[in-house]
Ligand binder design. Sequence first.
Ligand code: CA
Ligand code: CA
Ligand code: CA
Length: 234
Amino acid sequence: MQKQILLVGVMFLTVMSYALGHLTDENLQNFQYNAELVPVAPIVDGYLDDPVWEDAHLGKLNQEIIAGHQWTEINDFSGSFKAVWRSGFLYIAIKIQDDQFEKYQSKLFREDRLILHIDEFHYQRKDELHRYEIPIGVETGILKPPLASVAWGNDGQTCELSFRLGDIASKDSVIGFSIAYDDVDNGQLQNTIAWAPEGYTEQDEMLPDLVFTAKINPNAQQKLIRWGQIKRLY
Ligand SMILES: [Ca+2]
Ligand SMILES: [Ca+2]
Ligand SMILES: [Ca+2]
């Protein structure tokens, strides 16, 4: 009888440690962003007035990944993003609010910045090659492909980005994706807040998925129509 209890105890501990060790992986599996195909590409000008942004899914940056807890201090920082695709491009719109914007500092680590990972080959692991560090309000400089454009609006509170992904941007295609904000206040990095599942930390090597979805027929409107062309009609 004692042996049986011991055995059950050992089994329980084994299962528990296994479950805890894989908690984040499991959370990651149930965590993804669906980027929807849109009939009209947004204009990358930093302003989110393009009609396509209205209906896109909202992803919230609400996981603090240095300590690994849920982020609730919205006065300190709040951020969200949306993503859509069209004609080989992934477009991302980002909204951020920060109590203290640190911009144009002499040292990069003293600046607020966005950190994106776009793993277009779906290796799923974080890699320097797929990492994009974008200081707030900065549009100049050579962009590392496939990042094609960056534009800021509203004094650094809104941002639009485009990635040229070619055939990878097609229905049911999956890429590794992450988006985070390094919040520097008083000259020091205070928090990194990410779109990530519960329990996720910056130590985790795996990236969440971004799936290219399409409710409209991708071949129905081949012509690249831009919101700017429509804007001019008014
Ligand atoms: Ca725009
Ligand atoms: Ca802040
Ligand atoms: Ca800040």
